[in-house]
Design a binder for this molecule. Structure first.
Ligand SMILES: Cc1cc2nc3c(=O)[nH]c(=O)nc-3n(C[C@H](O)[C@H](O)[C@H](O)COP(=O)(O)O)c2cc1C
Length: 176
């Protein structure tokens, strides 16, 4: 297992996966990383739904996303044919739900990296999951009552690799 520092430094978005499935142990560890993430007032209001990459609901969601966003991504479907997609939903009325979901999904992405897997955070299905079929998808994806979609994470074995992004520290950091 690599260090936390290495996982943070090495992680980058993976947009192409082999057909190899995740093991039950890998799924369990990635879920645990999400469940271990802190939440405001320890509310633990995030729900995690694990969906297999060959599931019909993902094909339907891909079609609906494309309808709303003027066609398919040339790089593949919205989860880049990953074998597993984790959907994070959270309590709609709780003020910190989006922050908490963001913290949880990054914990999961770092765990995937530590396990030697690739991942990509997925927000592009947000409009489709909040549109006219929101209730239908909430049921199909087992979101609890009063919850809505926040973010998703596709995970699998890397077929393509990409260098971590660069950044401009002078622009992004102030030290007083
Ligand atoms: C909230 C959020 C939503 C994102 N949604 C998508 C997405 O729908 N599709 C995608 O390919 N990447 C998505 N990404 C990945 C970003 O494009 C990526 O993190 C960014 O370009 C930096 O690259 P890196 O992850 O390789 O460091 C998302 C990232 C975040 C944080």
């Amino acid at each position: 297992m690599i260090s936390t520092e290495d996982a943070i430094r090495q992680r980058s978005s993976t947009r192409g996966y082999t057909e190899e499935k995740l093991t039950d142990e890998e799924v369990k560890k990635i879920l645990e990383a999400g469940l271990m993430a802190p939440t405001a007032t320890n509310r633990q209001e995030i729900h995690f739904t694990v969906v297999s990459g060959d599931s019909e609901i993902l094909k339907e969601l891909e079609a609906d996303k494309n309808g709303l966003r003027n066609g398919a991504d040339p790089r593949g479907n919205f989860y880049y044919c990953a074998p597993t997609v984790f959907f994070l939903s959270a309590e709609t009325a709780f003020h910190w739900s989006e922050v908490d979901a963001g913290i949880a999904v990054q914990n999961m992405a770092l765990m995937a990296e530590a396990l030697g897997l690739g991942s990509v955070i997925i927000g592009c299905v947000n409009d489709a999951l909040h549109g006219e079929k929101a209730a239908y998808y909430a049921k199909a994806l087992a979101f609890p009552e009063g919850y809505d979609f926040k973010i998703a994470l596709a995970v699998g074995h890397k077929k393509v690799t990409k260098e971590p992004h660069t950044y401009d520290e002078a622009k992004s950091v102030s030290v007083l």
